[in-house]
Design a protein around this ligand. Structure first.
Ligand SMILES: Nc1ncnc2c1ncn2[C@@H]1O[C@H](COP(=O)(O)OP(=O)(O)OP(=O)(O)O)[C@@H](O)[C@H]1O
Length: 240
């Protein structure tokens, strides 16, 4: 499982995350929601090692990864689908998949993701194997970013707004892949642009407000009554 304890981080001496505590159990999807600028991407980047925390711990099955370089954190089993996809413009889909594929070396990795399995679930990528990143559509780039993360056989999958700009059909596909990954034992942290999405797919969720945990609740409780979630986000029913 992934456990964040008192995570504090920011930029250029300023603080964005103020002592965030958050737990994502193996086999579950944990959604993080919050308004623009609440610190969601900062949280994901700090966990992934792209940003060094000022203090706090990032525990992966008890091992503290806080402050380690990103490649070490990836090797420890943290996969990232960054906001904005970040695929390589000059590499083809097939090259991306080949570079990303890291068969699990130990039995502690949940699920087994092979290129064949990923392409079976994302068949559009299979049709674009020879296409360079720069020539993929936004949705195809998003699929590729997800495929790349899965092929690294992570124990924790960080998805930063992975459905941004996708059609409803593709967005459903992404959520169902997140669900499948969790059902096979992965801990999935999903940054959601809207509370409706979080309610639809999360086992547990956190609302971040100005870099602080404003609310933590079960997905089932949020599905039964979304009022506390909306109140934490300061949303009136008409806004979402
Ligand atoms: N590289 C950076 N340098 C300085 N400040 C930054 C940097 N990245 C983000 N910030 C600031 O940190 C705060 C949190 O940004 P962050 O991107 O984490 O929010 P977010 O919740 O992911 O927002 P959004 O929903 O708009 O993606 C914002 O005030 C933002 O301006």
């Amino acid at each position: 499982m992934l456990q964040l304890l008192g995570l504090t981080a920011g930029y250029h001496g300023g603080t964005v995350l103020h002592g965030v505590d958050l737990t994502v159990a193996a086999g579950t999807v944990h959604a993080v929601v919050g308004r623009n600028g609440a610190g969601k991407t900062t949280l994901v980047h700090t966990v992934a090692g792209l940003l060094r925390p000022a203090s706090g711990r990032v525990l992966l099955d008890g091992l503290d990864l806080a402050g380690r370089p990103a490649h070490r954190i990836a090797r420890a089993g943290v996969g990232l689908v960054p906001q904005g996809r970040r695929v390589f413009a000059s590499l083809t889909v097939a090259e991306h998949l080949r570079l990303a594929h890291r068969p699990p070396r130990s039995a502690d990795r949940p699920g087994v993701w092979t290129p064949e399995r990923v392409l079976g679930l994302l068949p559009r990528l299979g049709e674009r194997l020879g296409t360079r990143g720069a020539n993929l559509s936004g949705g195809e780039q998003q699929m590729l970013a997800l495929a790349r993360a899965l092929l690294s056989s992570p124990r924790v999958l960080l998805l930063d707004e992975p459905t941004e700009g996708l059609s409803p059909e593709l967005a459903d596909r992404v959520h169902s892949l997140a669900r499948t990954s969790a059902d096979e034992g992965m801990a999935v942290l999903l940054v959601c642009p809207s509370p409706a999405q979080a309610i639809g797919c999360a086992d547990t969720l956190t609302v971040l407000t100005s870099g602080r945990t404003a609310l933590r609740m079960d997905g089932a409780a949020a599905r039964a009554d979304a009022a506390p979630l909306r109140a934490a986000l300061d949303l009136t029913p008409a806004r979402d």
